[in-house]
Design a protein around this ligand. Structure first.
Ligand code: SAM
Length: 363
């Protein structure tokens, strides 16, 4: 994997976190470089970085003390790792996508895959924007869609597109629209007498995912399964069903995405729930969970990637108690059995249909 970047006669080391075996993947793309090129002569202070996934902008612009708007626990780790690799300060000012941004002069954004998340970002920027604010959004041309332009035009009067460079392009937004009525950027899901809330951008917008539904239909929590872990918990639906079946259970929900964790906090009520924004299970007590449930991720922005899930499986193995069980649903085409068998001694298919498989793993 290429980790060396020569930028403005300076060499940077930029690695991906989590590590990947795919040698074609790098910690930056022409999108980030095109944005940097555009802002070279800009003198603005108060720079805000959105979706700096692995920290290239944090590294190159470190001396300007930008504010980093973070969404993923893994993103924070990648940024810190790369700043350290380049002997740069790790004293970062972080904000979440829902926090007040303060004064915003210049925004650098890699447009996220989720258009909903794009809107969350833009609405928050708009709340702090003034006549001087400039928002530079970079994206790969192949990922462009008209809806994404529409969202930009909802918040800014001036929306200009750049020429393409190495298949990347910019949208430059200026002049925040006046008199905007801000929306509550959440979706509601009506599920078995529960009205779930989730922030825009959280998995399976406005509905329960079909794979998750298949797992819910086949989930039977035993009365002695009291310590339960929901891995990659999203809006918390699997934990909710667990508590519905066994109100004595204690549930722990882990998700990498801060808006997913914030959504599950709105949905899973009571004192017997713990919420963790993390991308791995390393800090959980070893051999302690009776049951682990999951609809694990296999997308990483625009990349299809099961490496993250395989790492999570290893984490599940170490925090599952002896004879505890791990129940997960996956698209059948992913053929997880091979990977699960390398981690667990017992792997069986408990149910399948034309699209999904539910695996039960032990030991
Ligand atoms: C397929 S969704 C399942 C969400 C929820 N359980 C459901 O069924 O609706 C996968 C979730 O994994 C989260 N995720 C991605 N990478 C992760 C990681 N390394 N650790 C924990 N969660 C992760 C995503 O943010 C997303 O919420």
């Amino acid at each position: 994997m290429d980790t060396k970047l020569l930028y403005n006669s300076k060499e940077y080391q930029l690695a991906r976190y989590p590590k990947t075996d795919d040698k074609s993947l790098r910690a930056w793309s022409s999108v980030e470089l095109l944005v940097l090129d555009y802002i070279t002569d800009k003198k603005q202070d108060n720079i805000h970085l959105f979706n700096d996934r692995f920290g290239i902008w944090n590294s190159v612009l470190s001396s300007k003390n930008p504010v980093t708007v973070w969404a993923y626990a893994s993103q924070k780790k990648a940024i810190v790792h790369n700043l350290e690799l380049n002997n740069l300060s790790i004293d970062i000012t972080y904000k979440t996508p829902l926090e007040d941004l303060g004064k915003v002069d210049l925004v650098l954004m890699k447009v996220p895959k989720s258009l909903e998340l794009f809107e969350v970002f833009l609405q928050q920027i708009h709340k702090s924007a003034d006549k001087q604010t400039e928002v530079v959004c970079g994206f790969m041309t192949k990922h462009f869609s008209a809806s994404f332009l529409k969202i930009a035009e909802r918040y800014f009067d001036e929306v200009e597109q750049s020429k393409a460079w190495k298949k990347a392009r910019l949208l430059i937004l200026k002049e925040p629209k006046k008199g905007i009525q801000y929306k509550e950027l959440t979706n509601e899901i009506d599920w078995n007498d529960n009205l779930l809330q989730q922030h825009y951008g959280v998995f399976s917008s406005g509905k329960i995912d079909v794979g998750t539904q298949f797992l819910l239909e086949n989930l039977q929590v035993q009365s002695d399964e009291l310590k339960v872990l929901d891995v990659a918990s999203g809006n918390g639906i699997l934990a909710i069903e667990t508590l519905r079946q066994n109100s004595n259970a204690q549930v722990t929900l882990v998700d990498d995405f801060n808006l997913a964790v914030a959504s599950s906090e709105m949905n899973v009520k009571g004192e017997n729930a713990q919420f963790i924004c993390e991308d791995n299970l390393d800090d959980l007590e070893k051999e302690s969970f009776d049951l682990v449930i999951s609809n694990p991720p296999f997308h990483f922005e625009h990349e299809n990637n099961i490496e993250v899930s395989v790492l999570l499986f290893k984490g599940v193995r170490s925090c599952l108690r002896k004879n505890g069980r791990f129940l997960l649903v996956a698209n059948s085409h992913l053929n997880y059995k091979t990977h699960l068998k390398q981690v667990f001694t017992e792997v069986k298919i408990v149910k399948s249909n034309s699209k999904f498989v539910i695996y039960e793993c032990r030991g």
